[in-house]
Design a protein around this ligand. Structure first.
Ligand SMILES: CC(C)(COP(=O)(O)OP(=O)(O)OC[C@H]1O[C@@H](n2cnc3c(N)ncnc32)[C@H](O)[C@@H]1OP(=O)(O)O)[C@@H](O)C(=O)NCCC(=O)NCCS
Length: 163
């Protein structure tokens, strides 16, 4: 039987988290992707993972057997340096991806649910994210209780209350 587990992000997982960040940033099928290393050097992307271990960083990795299959992580930003889904300093921003061959099996939903529990335990009032309007992930977020806060033509910032 295939077993599925979720564990806290460890230092050894960071390479995998970087790969999942790349999947989240370049999620659209059929588009040219830059090389991973070059993409992750771009400040807009690097800010989601660089110097991991700051106050407020939190992440979970999904495992099938000995293989990492997905990750969800949150990071806090401030007015001077923030991601696309920034709301305020107290609101962590969530990022997620599941390896392409493991999608559509409920892993992403489980990761989001587990992170919501984790953040509630840590006393967070809400969590945010940014998603492009044509990304099917938007349906997952809606199903998990995220609601639109602000948006542009291309993307929407969504918030999920934890209180
Ligand atoms: C978004 C993502 C993490 C979801 O993980 P997953 O394990 O595939 O998700 P689940 O199997 O738990 O499915 C949950 C819901 O996601 C939605 N969904 C996500 N991707 C989808 C897709 N490509 N096609 C259709 N529905 C999709 C559906 O609403 C689905 O619910 P349903 O099964 O009731 O239809 C995964 O598709 C992924 O890694 N995508 C690329 C990276 C990305 O876009 N990250 C988010 C950036 S904002």
């Amino acid at each position: 039987m295939t077993s599925f587990a979720i564990a806290a992000v460890d230092r050894d997982d960071l390479g995998f988290v970087h790969a999942m960040l790349y999947e989240a940033a370049f999620w659209r099928a059929g588009t040219d992707r830059p090389p991973l290393d070059a993409a992750l050097r771009e400040p807009d992307l690097a800010r989601y993972v660089r110097e991991w271990g700051r106050h407020g960083d939190d992440g979970l990795v999904a495992w099938i057997g000995e293989h990492r299959v997905g990750a969800v992580w949150v990071r806090r930003f401030d007015d001077d340096d923030h991601g696309y889904g920034y709301v305020d300093e107290d609101t962590p921003e969530l990022s997620i991806a599941v390896g392409v061959e493991h999608r559509g099996r409920g892993i992403g939903r489980c990761l989001v649910a587990a992170m919501l529990v984790q953040l509630r335990l840590r006393g967070c009032d809400q969590v945010s994210l940014s998603v492009e309007r044509d990304n099917p992930a938007l349906q997952l977020y809606e199903q998990m209780g995220f609601t639109p806060l602000t948006g542009t033509d291309g993307a929407v910032t969504m918030v999920r209350s934890l209180s």
